[in-house]
Design a protein around this ligand. Structure first.
Ligand code: 8ID
Ligand code: ZN
Length: 351
């Protein structure tokens, strides 16, 4: 039985706070293609914090229910939604809430680049609520053998870095640096990259994130707060001293981008993932002389999501998280702002 009311974390103004409130459930007004998902868990991504702070050039809807790593069960279907999901299916809500599936970009699998793409927890109410309305065609199917709790961080962090590893075009044996290797995205990037046969160098700070990075597969770890000459240290950490083949920036730090262009080896690839409010300053001469590649990587498509989940269901990748309650979200944002979170925080939406 679907109740009339639920708990949700709502942000009412840009730069404002989130408050836990009673909110209506739209179960009787599902539109064509929509499904109602009873969410049990949601991960908290740094993007959710950027959204409420208003960090980016595109505004989030307000009032906003944030969140885009939701895991739960389908409980109601709008007309036609049964083409994609059935009641009782275990599903995930990811960042791309919807896209047209008809345009040039969608047809090529570039769903995040669809001009009509909707984003969970940004342009479309997200997963910090117990019952979310979703576009059925963009729900991910959570494989058997993967519980909802451990699946949730994969729905953004996992998919995003899995795709970023693909964009890095690594060959087995290549060196890759993961910047932010102890964070939500980074700790999963370390695992997906090791799985792809790469040799992983982690950069982050503090002993907890160092331990996590090493435990998950980094062969070298560099603490960016302690290391005086980071560029030199990364080059030395690479197999042949010429620098790594790729750098995946999974940190919201402007500095990380400047340094990466300096330590990458000739023909190396900078994968732009972390979203600090900044420009990338690439020197033209060195970009040409070293023949560098700079590629933006924006979450992943439906297939990337399915693959990232399957790899985890097969036990090759495991999200490391701590579970708190929905009511703890304000504190989680505070800790995130201060860089105190190793791995991910998952919210139990009933607490
Ligand atoms: O599709 C995308 N491109 C996408 C998808 C999801 C998230 C982009 N993001 C963006 C987020 O908006 C955010 O800007 O990726 C960034 C990282 O998200 P996250 O993993 O959820 O954040 P986190 O858990 O806070 O981890 C960041 C880590 O970076 C470290 C921190 O210590 C933390 O562990 N870090 C920082 I801040 N500066 C660093 C530096 N200079 C650094 N690590 C190494 N060097
Ligand atoms: Zn995210």
């Amino acid at each position: 039985k679907i109740p009339n009311e639920q708990k949700a974390a709502i942000c009412r103004e840009k730069g404002g706070k989130v408050t836990i409130e009673n909110a209506p459930i739209r179960s009787n007004e599902l539109k064509r293609g929509e499904a109602l998902v009873r969410l049990i868990y949601s991960g908290v991504c740094h993007t959710d914090l950027h959204a409420i702070l208003g960090d980016w050039p595109i505004d989030a809807k307000m009032p906003l229910i944030g969140g885009h790593e939701g895991a739960g069960v389908v409980v109601a279907l709008g007309e036609g939604a049964d083409e994609f999901v059935k009641k009782g299916d275990r599903v995930g809500i990811k960042w791309i809430a919807d896209s047209c599936l008809k345009c040039d970009f969608c047809r090529r699998g570039h769903e995040p680049n669809c001009p009509d793409a909707q984003c969970s927890g940004y342009t479309w109410d997200g997963t910090f609520q117990q019952y979310a309305v979703a576009s059925a065609r963009h729900l991910s199917h959570i494989p058997d053998g993967l519980d909802l709790e451990s699946a949730s961080p994969l729905l953004c962090a996992g998919v995003t870095v899995y795709r970023a590893v693909k964009e890095a075009k690594l060959l087995p044996g290549n060196d890759v640096v993961i910047i932010g290797s102890g964070g939500g995205l980074g700790h999963l990037a370390v695992q997906y990259a090791s799985n792809a046969g790469a040799r992983v160098i982690g950069i982050d700070t503090g002993s907890e994130k160092e331990k996590l990075s090493i435990q998950l597969g980094c062969e070298k770890f560099i603490d960016f707060q302690k290391e005086k000459d980071l560029v030199q240290a990364v080059k030395e950490a690479s197999s042949d001293g010429h620098g790594p083949h790729a750098a995946i920036v999974a940190a919201s730090s402007p500095k990380a981008y400047e340094q990466a262009l300096d330590y990458l080896r000739p023909r190396g690839t900078l994968v732009v993932v972390g979203l600090p409010v900044t420009d990338i300053k690439a020197n033209v001469f060195w970009t040409v002389f070293k023949s560098l590649n700079i590629v933006g990587s924006y979450v992943g498509n439906r297939q990337d999501a399915q693959e990232a989940l399957d790899i985890a269901a097969r036990g090759k990748v495991k999200a490391i998280y701590k579970t708190l309650g929905l009511s703890d979200l304000p504190q989680v944002y505070d800790d995130m702002h201060h860089g105190k979170i190793a791995g991910r925080i998952v919210l139990d939406l009933d607490k």
